[in-house]
Design a protein. Structure first.
Lengths: 414, 227
């Protein structure tokens, strides 16, 4: 048979099926099962939650209120609001909480998120655990107790929560809702084998001693949360996940905003991997992360781009050929010329493998939502995800690869 | 063995199993398609033989008892569509596809000959078109020509189209090409005994057909597909 570009897709489909099979087996393995059985802690170590803010007038109040509503002794929980040189009314919004003894407010020159976090760390000398919460996110009342449980073992230096999109409205937010609940399952499974390489801004906690041992947050190509997680892993520590510690975040509402956010994430990942943490990749000393997760994460970027480009080429070819063939013949004939019969079902390997991948991914979404008890309706959002994700994700991946190749550094918000 | 290594090996086993199952399912579906085509061809072969026998038996007054074969032509066309679809999936060099194409071409030639006899004896006046195409990449207009012909055949039931792969290695087809004096300039059409080469548009193709075809036929909306 003649060469066709779809041959390029099969190696990546194999890798994707392998990865999802691995997730399934690991989900059923003992460490993940035991994680699911874990109940919220009655221990109450001293915790400081840092909220870095830059122009967050509209969201900061609900973020702080959700922290104040946490089911945790007030004398053990402090909240540090760091105004990173906001140019809007964020200082006034913060001032509303100035009288609360649990809250410390810091105003500083704009220096980037990592500097705001470091200012918060410096202001929390007594804390045993230090958490971060982005100012566009808010937590469930039991989230802190759930996440504190992760620190029972001394080798655990960080823990992540189960993030989801709060009340998605636009198509982009709906797509992200489905993506985030898949992420909940993914994070739960990978954490059971210490395979996490990001401690996201929305409610990750760190043992305070890690900052003394490994240093504070760095700019790290605007992905300070990823860099800190990679540094923690490189030092041989463990990053845990609290499945039922729910945190809700405000997701980008439009494609352009989403592209901006994801380009930052993906290019940050690539730069961290290629420049600063190359030594982790295919390094048996870093176990599952080095030998499996990071190589797969890197190959998935190439795979997504190749699959996208091949589908665009094939689709373009078909549309072009189709238009050429039917030109001149009444258009109505095109709609009567296909028989409804099993015979014409396009049963090729790519269709079958794609369907298997999609079904597995959707199953993990349901699992993630159910196990974390994340609120919201999944089905319509899954439909949006199925229709849009395959055509949007490659856009930011291609842009990230191009940025890294050309050495382009974009601003945080643009 | 660590949990990671164990899980990685189990996952590899599952992946190989999934890939193998998918490969088998695709192969099985293609085999089912080929069986379906073979079954249809056997049925049509029997029908052709029956029609020929019927014709021989009623030699003196055959016309009252033999239909004009419109439904038969439709079946033949459906079979062609399926064969064309299967060829697209398995490739034009697949041995089973080639074998079925040869059988199909033979079936078409037999029906063509029978139709010639019927039209002479029974004064049936179908508009017969022989269409020669190529899948060897040397005929850029063949897909368009095939689609336009399918449209005409569906719209004007009096039109009988017999499609042949010019490069098919089949003695009977070579003879037909020789008898009809069709040159290797594809796509080629033999319409009511006259030869035409090339395809530009449906309107131009229509000019090669007798006007009576468009004047007396009733448009239909039967389904079809390009060959």
């Amino acid at each position: 048979m003649a060469w066709s570009p779809d041959i390029l897709v099969y190696p990546f489909l194999f890798i994707a099926i392998y990865f999802e099979s691995f997730l399934l087996v690991t989900f059923l393995s003992k460490p993940a099962r035991e994680q699911r059985k874990r109940t919220a802690s009655s221990d109450t170590p001293k915790v400081a939650i840092i909220v870095p803010c830059w122009n967050e007038t509209t969201t900061i109040a609900s973020t702080v209120k959700s922290l104040l509503a946490l089911d945790y002794p007030t004398d053990k929980l402090s909240i540090v609001l760091v105004n990173d040189g906001s140019t809007d009314d964020t200082p006034q919004a913060m001032a509303f909480f100035a009288d609360n003894p649990q809250i410390t407010i810091i105003h500083k020159e704009n220096g980037g998120k990592h500097t705001a976090l470091n200012a918060g760390i410096a202001a929390s000398p007594d804390a045993e655990l230090i958490g971060c919460l982005d100012a566009d996110s808010f937590v469930e009342s039991d989230a802190l107790r759930e996440i504190v449980t992760c620190f029972a073992k001394p080798e655990v230096m960080a823990a992540t929560a189960s993030m989801s999109v709060h009340k998605p409205k636009t198509l982009m937010q709906r797509m992200q809702y489905a993506e985030y609940v898949f992420g909940i399952a993914l994070r739960h499974i990978l954490s059971s084998i210490n395979g996490l390489y990001v401690t996201p801004g929305p409610f990750s906690l760190y043992r305070a001693s890690i900052f003394k041992e490994l240093g504070n947050f760095k700019k790290a190509y605007q992905t300070e949360d990823m860099e800190m997680a990679l540094r923690t892993q490189r030092a041989g520590y463990v990053i845990e996940n609290a499945l039922r510690a729910r945190v809700y975040t405000k997701a980008p509402a439009t494609l352009s905003k989403l592209l901006a956010q994801r380009t930052r994430w993906s290019s940050g990942f690539l730069r961290n991997m290629l420049y600063d943490y190359r030594g982790l990749i295919i390094n048996p000393h870093h176990g599952v992360l080095g030998m499996f997760i990071l190589p797969l994460a890197l190959s998935s970027i190439g795979g997504s781009i190749i699959i996208f480009l091949v589908s665009v080429v094939l689709l373009g070819q078909r549309v072009f050929d189709g238009i050429l063939v039917i030109s001149g013949v009444p258009i109505s004939y095109a709609f009567t010329s296909h028989q409804l019969s099993w015979f014409y079902f396009p049963a090729n390997s790519m269709v079958f493998l794609g369907a298997i991948l999609m079904i597995t991914t959707i199953s993990f979404m349901f699992v993630g939502k159910r196990l974390s008890r994340t609120p919201g309706i999944l089905v319509p959002n899954v439909i949006v995800y199925v229709l849009l994700y395959g055509y949007t994700a490659p856009l930011w991946l291609m842009r990230s690869v191009a940025d890294v190749a050309r050495g382009t550094h974009r601003a945080w918000r643009y | 063995m660590s949990i990671f290594v164990r899980n990685a090996l189990i996952a590899l086993g599952i992946t190989i199993l999934v890939m193998g199952t998918v490969a088998y399912a695709v192969h099985y579906t293609n085999q089912q398609r080929l069986s379906e085509i073979s079954r249809m061809q056997t049925q049509l072969s029997t029908d052709t033989l029956s029609l020929e026998t019927q014709f021989a038996l009623l030699e003196n007054a055959p016309c009252e008892d033999i239909s004009d074969g419109t439904s038969f032509s439709q079946e033949l066309s459906n079979l062609g569509d399926r064969l064309s679809f299967t060829e697209g999936r398995l490739g034009s060099d697949d041995p089973q596809v080639l074998e079925l194409k040869k059988e199909y071409a033979l079936l078409e030639i037999r029906d063509y000959l029978l139709m010639q006899k019927l039209s002479t004896t029974c004064h049936i006046t179908p508009v017969v078109t022989l269409y020669f195409y190529s899948n060897a990449g040397d005929c850029t207009a063949c897909n368009r020509a095939g689609y336009a012909l399918s449209y005409l055949r569906q719209t004007y039931p009096r039109l009988r189209v017999y499609s042949f792969d010019y490069n098919l290695s089949l003695g009977a087809l070579k003879t037909l090409i020789q008898v009809e004096k069709v040159k290797p300039q594809l796509p080629a059409f033999v319409i009511q005994g006259k030869r035409y080469y090339g395809f530009t548009s449906l309107d131009n193709l229509k000019k090669d057909f007798p006007k009576s075809l468009f004047a007396t036929s009733t448009a239909t909306s039967t389904v079809s597909k390009k060959k």
